[in-house]
Design a protein around this ligand. Structure first.
Ligand code: NAD
Length: 261
């Protein structure tokens, strides 16, 4: 089965994992909706190059996914520019690290809004058309932290466990209509979100970047290597293929052994 001309929305695709997933879907012929923050000219160049290199349509949605009303507006824009979304990748995410007694309430609210509630709002927008077409793919980029916890990441761990639950519940509701809903649970991937944690570790211990990266990996990830963001893109393609059509409601670790411990 070809993904050519399917419409794929990848939230948070101006950076990191989302960008890699958007590129892989584009290479497989999907028309793409990019979303996320960044410098306007850089995003426009990215949009243009992705469209030209793959001979596809690419639109950019600047909407802030922490706000439900903006998510609804985003789907109106996508509907008029590209039509219904066939493949939804909920990837936008943020992080904040602090002990619970010093965890700011506004950071809790922001993380729950972007990492969890946004996925509820995007899913409820895409399901009606997917049901009509009798085909759809919903893939939530959760985390190893959707399966196990680490200290000082209460909001992130709660949101990621929440999205694994949301994934299972949605999967049950749409299973008969050839729509699958899965979570991918990556371990450490070297993106700006993780680089900040490496920088904090380097600063706290007076280490260089290399020592701080190795220490971060050794603490959790037995492979001692970062997960490649393109490999997450390839997993998305597999889940979108016919061979992936019986995989639904699952939370698939791609974590170099993190959650096997
Ligand atoms: P990143 O910081 O490189 O990218 C995050 C993206 O989300 C950016 O495009 C950003 O603009 C967008 N975003 C943030 N807030 C937004 C908002 N309110 N509205 C719209 N877009 C918004 O991060 P990443 O590491 O690529 O993370 C992507 C996803 O993967 C996140 O959900 C993260 O939790 C998850 N994840 C990352 C890792 C890792 O090691 N990097 C591991 C497991 C899971």
């Amino acid at each position: 089965m070809s993904l050519k001309d399917k419409v794929a929305l990848v939230t948070g695709s101006t950076s990191g994992i989302g960008l890699a997933v958007a590129k892989t879907l584009a290479q497989n012929g999907c028309n793409i909706v990019l979303n996320g923050f960044g410098e306007a000219q850089e995003i426009e160049n990215l949009r243009n190059n992705l469209a030209k290199d793959n001979n596809i349509k690419v639109v950019y949605a600047e909407h802030d996914l922490s706000k439900a009303a903006q998510i609804d507006q985003m789907f109106k824009m996508i509907g008029s520019e590209l039509g219904d979304v066939d493949i939804l990748i909920n990837n936008a995410g943020i992080q904040y690290v602090a002990p619970i007694e010093r965890f700011p309430s506004n950071k809790w609210d922001a993380i729950i809004a972007v990492n969890l509630s946004a996925a509820f709002h995007t899913i409820r927008n895409v399901v009606p058309a997917m049901k009509k077409k009798n085909w759809g793919r919903i893939i939530n980029i959760a985390s190893a932290h959707g399966l196990v916890a680490s200290k000082h990441k209460t909001a992130y761990v709660a949101a990621k466990h929440g999205i694994v639950g949301l994934t299972k519940s949605v999967a049950l509701e749409v299973a008969e209509q050839m729509i699958t809903c899965n979570a991918i649970c990556p371990g450490w991937v070297l993106t700006p979100l993780v680089q900040k944690q490496i920088d904090d570790r380097a600063k706290a211990n007076n280490w260089n970047n290399d020592k701080a990266s190795k220490d971060l990996l050794a603490e959790k990830q037995p492979s001692l290597r970062f997960v490649q963001d393109e490999h997450i893109g390839e997993m998305v393609i597999f889940l979108c293929s016919d061979a992936g059509s019986s995989i639904t409601g699952s939370a698939l670790p791609m974590d170099g052994g993190w959650t096997a411990q």
